[in-house]
Design a protein around this ligand. Structure first.
Ligand SMILES: *Cc1c(COP(=O)(O)O)cnc(C)c1O
Length: 432
């Protein structure tokens, strides 16, 4: 492992990037604003390792924000892409691979009987919300503080001043009228959900079944079953946003892991194997409302294109053929969480390391994390020092205290042990 030394070329490219791109990036967190410094520019990646234009190498736990589960440039995915690419990258007409991927997704994800491909998780959740509104004839939606469902207007909403009532825009440009249709509840707090549902105006409760966009916050044992029950009692649809957890925390996603079946599911990230694709699906009677079977409109020029289906199929077929991988993630994830938890105890500073399978959160400076109220109290300065100490030693974590980080199969060959040594040292030096 080569420790990061001089990031001259990345620094120069970042300066050029900021001239022509907002923040120099195509997605905000990449700008490293939360941890300071400037981002390394990637030249290539293989397995668990990233190589930068500066000649540095990092063990990567960003894993394309969870889109990669096998490793970078996995030979099977590369071969699948090479095979299709010369035959044309987009037709806007049906292909066999779309059917094969749809069949595989339906066979693997418990709630999904019918599925539609889209280009991003943002589209998947926005589309699912439209179906829920059409099917129920209601316009309100419930989301949870600290969960992320992409950047469509209805979900860029934070809690207003009232208790679990009307949301307020969390970004300029979101119309207050749109935000007021979104109600914001507290994660792992069923009473806050019951309050939101009481007037029976809510079309759907949308939840990350394992919260992954405020670090990794697992659901309490009664939370997901409780949501199912409350939704059934109030004529509200239950939507799992499994864009991050799908094919990640179990082959069938969080719904398989926890045995709670939602009405509709949003998928993304792993489903497209590192190519730009996503999907949504669910109960056949609901999905049959989507055009052209039904009146709910949703379309996509590049949806289900050959690159996405090739990368997605290669990845999901591999996962389906190696279901033991999820046991290995559980074991390795437990080892990482226990090890880092023990380091924190030894240092004598509060901190929590959570994991569900190979999905992690590290919350420095707090004792317990069950909702955004707890998570928002983390010591961001300490996280910044920890992040930079790990980076200097060759380990890349997501550059924010509020992002989950991920195992890939490629970590499980001894790379993880080397990374654990680095993370231990980074915790020790950053705690001081
Ligand atoms: C990443 C993510 C999204 C958004 O997906 P994009 O492809 O970035 O639009 C939505 N929901 C969850 C839970 C996510 O993790």
């Amino acid at each position: 492992m080569t420790p990061a030394t001089s990031r001259t070329r990345s620094t120069e490219w970042f300066a050029r990037a900021t001239e022509v791109m907002p923040g120099g990036v195509n997605s905000p967190v990449r700008a490293f604003g939360a941890v300071g410094g400037s981002p390394p520019f990637v030249e290539s990646a293989r397995g668990a390792h990233l190589h930068t234009v500066d000649g540095d190498e990092y063990i990567d736990f960003v894993a394309s924000w969870g889109a990669l589960i096998l490793g970078h440039a996995h030979p099977l995915v590369v071969a699948a892409l090479e095979e299709v690419i010369a035959a044309g990258t987009s037709f806007g007409l049906p292909t066999v691979a779309e059917v094969e991927l749809a069949e595989l997704v339906c066979s693997l994800v418990p709630s999904v009987e019918v599925v539609r491909m889209v280009n991003s998780g943002t589209e998947a959740t926005a589309s699912v919300l439209r179906i829920a509104r059409a099917a129920t004839g209601r316009s309100k939606v419930v989301k949870f503080e600290g969960c992320y469902h992409g950047h469509s207007d209805s979900f860029l909403v934070k809690a207003g001043s009232g208790l679990a009532t009307f949301g307020e825009p969390s970004s300029p440009g979101v119309p207050p009228a749109t935000a007021s249709d979104t109600r914001v509840a507290r994660y792992n707090d069923l009473d806050s959900v019951a309050d939101c549902l009481a007037d029976r105006e809510v079309a759907a409760v949308v939840v990350e079944p394992v919260a992954g966009n405020m670090g990794c916050v697992p659901p309490d044992p009664d939370f997901l079953p409780g949501l199912r029950r409350l939704c059934d009692e109030h004529g509200t649809l239950l939507v799992f946003d499994e864009v991050m957890t799908g094919f990640r925390v179990a082959l069938g996603g969080a719904q398989a892991r926890y045995g709670v079946v939602p009405d509709l599911t949003a998928l993304g990230k792993v489903v497209a194997g590192g190519a730009p694709g996503a999907a949504y699906g669910g109960r056949a009677d609901l999905m049959r409302q989507v055009a052209p079977d039904g009146p709910v409109y949703q379309a996509g020029t590049l949806a289900g294109n050959p690159l996405v289906t090739a990368a997605g199929l290669a990845t999901l077929r591999y996962l389906a053929d190696h279901p033991d991988l999820y046991d290995r993630f559980d074991v390795a994830g437990g080892r990482v969480a226990d090890h880092l938890g023990a380091v924190l105890s030894r240092i004598g500073r509060p901190g929590v390391v959570t994991h569900v399978g190979g999905m992690f959160g590290i919350f420095l400076g707090v004792e317990d994390v069950r909702s955004w109220d707890d998570v928002s109290a983390v010591d961001r300065e300490w996280f910044g020092r920890f992040f930079r100490a790990a980076l200097e030693r060759g380990v890349l974590l997501p550059p924010s205290a509020f992002e989950a980080w991920f195992l890939m199969e490629a970590h499980l060959d001894g790379t993880l042990d080397r990374a654990l040594d680095v993370l231990e040292e980074a915790l020790e030096v950053s705690a001081r």
